[in-house]
Write a protein of this length. Sequence first.
Lengths: 778, 269
Amino acid sequence: MLNLNQMRPYLHLFLCFLLFLFLKLPAHAQSSSIRGYVRAADSGEPLIGATVSVPALGKGTVTDVNGYYMLPLPAGEHTLQASYIGYTPITRRAHTPADGKNKNIVFLLEPANNELKEVEIASNSLRQRLNDTRMSMEVLTTREAKLLPALFGEVDLVKAMQLKPGIQASSEGSTGMYVRGGGADQNLMQLDGTTIYNASHLFGFFSVFNPESVKSVELYKGGFPAQFGGRLSSVVDVTLNEGNNERVGTAGSLGLISSKLTIDGPIKKDKANFIVSGRRTYVDVFTRQINRLSEDNEDYSPIPDYYFYDLSGKLNYQLDDENKLTLSAYYGRDFFSFSEDGFNFGFDWGNRMANLRWEHKFSDQLFASASVNATKYNYNLKNAIDAYSLKLTSDIEDYTFKTDFDWFLEGGHSLKFGSSVTRHYFGIGHLNVNSDDDRLNYTAGNNYHASEFGVYASDDYQINALFSLNYGLRLSAFNSGGRTYTGLEPRISAKYNLDENTAIKGSYASMMQYVHLVSNSGATLPTDVWYPSTKNVEPQRSQQIALGFTKLFARGRFLLTNEAYYKWMHNQLDFRDGANLFLNNNLEAEFLFGKGNSYGNELYLEKVKGKTTGWLGYTLSWTFRQFDEINGGRPFPTRYDRRHDVSLVLMHKLNKRLSVTASFVYGSGTAYSLPVARFAFQDMEGKGASMVPIYEERNGFRLPPTHRLDLGAVLKLKSRHGEADLTFGVYNVYNRRNPYFVYIDHVKDEESSQITGFQAKQVSLFPVVPSITYNFKF
Amino acid sequence: MKVNDCLLYLLPLLILVTGCDLEKDIDVDLPGHASQLVVECYLEPGKPIRATVLESSGYFDTLAPPLVPDAKVFITYQDRRIALEYKPYFSTTSTTFYTHSSDEKVKGRPGDIYSLEVTDGQGRKITAFTKILPAVPIDTIEWSFNEEEEATVRTSFEDSGNTENYYRYMVHRNRVAVGTVRDLLATDNLRDGKRISFGSPYDFRKNDTLVVSLFNIEKQYYDFFSSVSDAKDANGNPFAQPSRIKSAVEGGIGIFTNLAYDRKVVIIK
């Protein structure tokens, strides 16, 4: 770690780096370019990440968050293609003027085969991915995710993302993500640029991102752009849908466990629009009824009450040609309660966030945005037993101001630079125990606050038709409790085209993480709390290198990508055996610090054109941690160390009304700790011995492998108004009992109840689960 | 109840949704286990010195009592080494199985140190120490009734300040030899030097006889007992982290400690 004095040379280096960028600008100031926007023809909303290219020159670019692009080209006639996932690509001829002048072209893309919502990805988007300097990146749209079979018919973008190589689920059906050996807390989850701290509902089985409100998800596994910081292992950038500029529309779905409704439309034609989405589960409606009918049965144990809902919205206001305001907001909450015989347990948790963003166009080359946002995650746990009550709460609350600049320069430079400052408030383990008569009263808990800073600059430099470079630097700092940490985070990605259809790529990224998740559950739970770096808790750090190649073949219909990576992780956090993470005013005493490493290879084959599309992913990986106080100091595999991970996704369009999909996953057995021995323990009172399990190696046992086939079908219905379809799904078609956990149980003699032996038992979560969902849009 | 345990209430909800038997027997090939000596020895002032010495077993080994007949047990107090005789028996009064015992009674006073040594024919050796603690007096035991005439009982005492103290609070109905109705382990980290109270649900009725015990326990016993509970909890709880046993003895597994307690008998009126 560096203190501010030690940082000074790095600050100079950073300033020199910026100067280097800007001093180079005039040399390229006289080239011409074609620039403009790519928008959806049906709604007018900007398409972020759309590709605009000139195939004949092998040149291309992608649109920014406003749907804006700028493509430097030599003067003359060119054929341009614009494409975006789920939209029909457009080809247009255009003349680039000479003498450094620019031409504006707006592309309006029609949704591809709107009736069946089929994903049609133009082959030139694959070519763009071939030519993209960035690597270790996955993109998924809601349109794509909606085609995939989903558990209970609940489309979930995070789970769909887990079908990509290098991204593993914490357990079957879970939205917990482990990216290239990183922990669940090492993913920066952002919704419209605002951090979401606990991005899951119901035990982590559903993500907080309602697919009806989300446009797309971009996930970076490595080669992180300099504008992102604060987490070690991934950036999950979720973009909310834009409202419809043309007319008021309604879309929704009725599913097995939840319903969703979205309304969007213009507020002021071509000036302002809105979109509001909501969803709620309704299993509680049925369980309450079952409980009510069984009230008179003394042996009946009531089913716990559970539901969640979330609301999201976005408001866009185009002030003029140069200025735009966007307000995004999200509010989601889970509720769980259980009551029986004087025992009342209530638990609610959730996220809320709001983001106000101002975008300003200084010129055709220079764009800026400034945003202020607030985000909060908290949980409240209330437990009342007769005359006594317990309340436990924790929260994290952030206020962030950030600015970002995009400067499109001739000569192949695209600069990004900006800064951010975040004020964190942590409320950790606030406990209050009371009795009815107030004679019993315990309190505990701590509050912390901290400030986090980041300043960055990067250049996406197209050196020539074959070679491109994206290099950048991020300087981060964190202040908490009188201690300041700083970090210098260089990032670089490079791409070189060996031939027209083959490119090799490499990247290096250094990352810092200043906030840490306090969780020893091995799963993502609502009770996990965030903790700041302090005097005694140093920030986590990582370095990652990745090397790969990308190849297009079969006339551009298939894209093959292979990436190998190695990641070093420092100051990794774990907890002492038996750590008390809830009722503890000295939580840091329970922390252990160690290191980790992860390495592997990811192979990805994708087909995007024709009636049958899909992908095949295969990941071979190793992930270890090492702590002096755990496992005798020996390195041990993490729970999510998965040697082989295979996913196959196929989507086939049978006819105009019917398309079918299948996904198959296989994962090597999860590393797991099982007791290897036992001893009898009588305790000071005797009264019969109990068996105590003895654990030796941490995660030294492997659960059986996981594999599963899911099938789905989308049937378009004839509808007088708008569109409607039925989505059928069968999760776990061949009813595989995948292991959730394993334990060792007593075997007892039925008559004498004496223990006669022991038996290992495997518990699974999901058998075959059929589902049906009705979707509508009008 | 631990917070993670509360989340287990959600599991039935999931199983209700999926509605199937999702548990099955499987074969597991566990690695070999090098058996270790296991000792339990609780010194109680005025009571004979007794110990239980067994050994650990592989999880799927046969259930034969893992006795260690050649184990030798010695207690040392004030430079006097007391040999415990190997004489397995079950004490009906303390409802405990002992393997080694002596007629010598525990005479130590608070602050005195006892040591334990266990050896066997395989060359295994356990050593341990315990420091006699003073009992912490129970200050008050009070109760109140709800509308159904059920009583909640609260026990209070004063914690001594500026020291880390560890307690075990137990309530038995009628007599100690029968089942425990309340058993709590606690530290004073949130109430150092202050009055501490333990409550109960409305579990009692008029004329119930309660035996209320407050044990002032050593940290090593608190750690060992907690790790035993955590280890049991981890086997079958997918949200629990596996826990190694924090043994209070060197060279094996087990506990060597002393029992310093205050005990009161009350009748709910």
